[in-house]
Write a protein that binds this ligand. Structure first.
Ligand SMILES: Cc1ncc(COP(=O)(O)O)c(C=O)c1O
Length: 457
């Protein structure tokens, strides 16, 4: 049964009626706009009612039937297959059930005072009007210096660095600025959800390669078989959300060779570069001959526990920066001025900040990983990020959504079903993602709840 109105490569995951009705019930009494379960996902409706039913043929018409007095939701074709993001859905459910939220990846502790103070000072100093479109000079320079420190590459802050509103906008500006309708772009599933949505907005043709447990290694020959002269770009993410996989030197070298042979670009999302635990992070741009065909995307949020600030950037050679900036100019034009000054202060911090950050996160990771193992999950090794992926099947649920629903309602803990990170949700149905970007008491509390209440079915 395919429930998307367009039907385009949208696979439906079977959900039990119980899962559907109870999750719908929970959502209908949660925040506005109300949410309706459609297939394996939840979609916003203007006025969902308790009599709403799911049809396999025409979801749009059915929304009209269930809410005769409200206009149906409208969305352009390029976005109609995308639902309310799973992170929003799970966070609202967490509030509703007073559950401990190990779902969405935002810290429940604050960023460092020296960065917050810098923002306050910038505001008080009157740095409050539109910034230069591609970034305030101080921040462009700080990004260039950090990039040089991390990769040994010297970049021109004026011509090769673009400041954006979070990495999310850097991703959008890169894809919309450099990819033409019909261009092929290779993604590795599971993938961060904005990649597929922006590629859809750009009219790109997605070629998807699945990374599989236990190590989520790149299937090199399969990758080789999809890359051709028609490929515009390969999108990578290392350290990788949701799996915690880090691309190895051998994998990056293999990708680099394919890119050079076929004249392909690389868009590399490295927002978790400072959260690399089990191995050294390697930037694709630092591989021989790759800087000229690579856009490196990053942001402040994860490293400085300030995810709400949304300061990001793209580093790329001038010819690629041109396209990124053209899109950025018409997406947001410029990013919050005082926060850019504070971000410049943040990036100039000493290495000891990053060392302490890693130490803290290693302790948190140990609590969560040991706890999840003790509860009975199969926990897959995570080398970086603040996520771990586990196999929930020892508990006997039919899929990741049903498991996460039970976990929220009956156990009081939120995790993210990973099927939302795949083109074909079936591939993620055994896996769920937990985050450890929470204080230690919260992590221990969540583990305790699972130990007490999570039972095999
Ligand atoms: C892999 C990945 N890329 C990009 C982002 C978005 O970053 P930002 O908050 O800076 O827009 C996230 C946030 O969770 C992420 O996990």
């Amino acid at each position: 049964m395919i429930l998307s109105a367009s039907g385009a490569h949208h696979y439906e995951m079977p959900l039990s009626l119980r899962s559907f009705t109870s999750l719908k019930r929970a959502l209908l009494s949660s925040s506005s706009p109300s949410l309706l379960l459609r297939g394996s996902s939840l979609v916003p409706t203007m006025a969902a009612s308790s009599t709403t039913t799911v049809s396999s043929t025409d979801a749009g018409a059915q929304l009209n039937q269930s809410a005769p007095s409200s206009p149906p939701v409208q969305v352009a074709k390029r976005l109609e297959k995308f639902k309310t993001t799973i992170f929003t859905q799970m966070s609202s459910l967490a509030i509703k059930h007073n559950a401990i939220n190990l779902g969405q990846g935002f810290p429940n502790f604050d960023g460092p005072d020296f960065v917050k103070d810098a923002a306050i000072e910038a505001i008080k100093a009157g740095k409050n009007q539109y910034a230069r479109g591609y970034g305030v000079p101080d921040l462009n320079s700080a990004i260039a210096s950090r990039f040089q420190k991390d990769t040994s590459l010297v970049v021109d802050p004026e011509k090769e660095v673009t400041v954006t509103s979070g990495c999310t906008e850097a991703i959008a500006a890169t894809i919309l600025g450099l990819v033409n309708p019909g261009d092929e772009v290779v993604l590795f599933a599971p993938f961060y959800d904005s990649y597929e949505a922006v590629l859809s907005m750009a009219g790109a043709n997605i070629k998807c390669i699945t990374l599989r447990p236990p190590d989520f290694a790149v299937p090199l020959e399969e990758l080789k078989s999809v890359v051709s002269a028609n490929t515009k770009a390969i999108m990578i993410n290392t350290p990788h959300n949701p799996t915690g996989k880090m691309f190895t030197w051998e994998e990056l070298e293999f990708i680099a060779k394919l890119c050079k042979e076929n004249d392909v670009l690389v868009f590399t999302d490295e927002v978790y570069d400072k959260l690399s635990f089990e191995m050294e992070h390697i930037s694709m741009a630092s591989l021989p001959g790759m800087f000229n065909r690579t856009v490196t995307l990053n942001s402040l949020g994860k490293t400085f526990s300030l995810t709400g600030w949304k300061i990001g950037w793209a580093v790329a050679p001038p010819q690629l920066t041109w396209g990124v900036r053209q899109a950025h100019s018409f997406l947001t034009f410029a990013t919050s001025t005082p926060m850019q000054f504070a971000a410049a202060t943040a990036l100039q911090t000493s290495d000891s900040y990053y060392e302490e950050l890693k130490r803290d996160y290693l302790a948190k990771k140990a609590i969560l990983v040991e706890g999840l193992e003790a509860v009975g999950f199969v926990v897959y090794p995570s080398s970086g990020t603040y996520f771990v992926v586990v196999d929930h099947t020892p508990f006997g649920f039919e899929n990741d959504v049903a498991f996460c629903e039970h976990l929220i309602e009956e156990v009081g803990v939120v995790a993210i079903p990973t099927s939302v990170f795949y083109l074909n949700p079936e591939e993620g149905k055994n896996l769920v993602r937990f985050t450890f970007c929470k204080d230690e008491a919260t992590l221990r509390g969540a583990v305790e709840r699972m130990k007490q209440k999570l039972r095999k079915r």
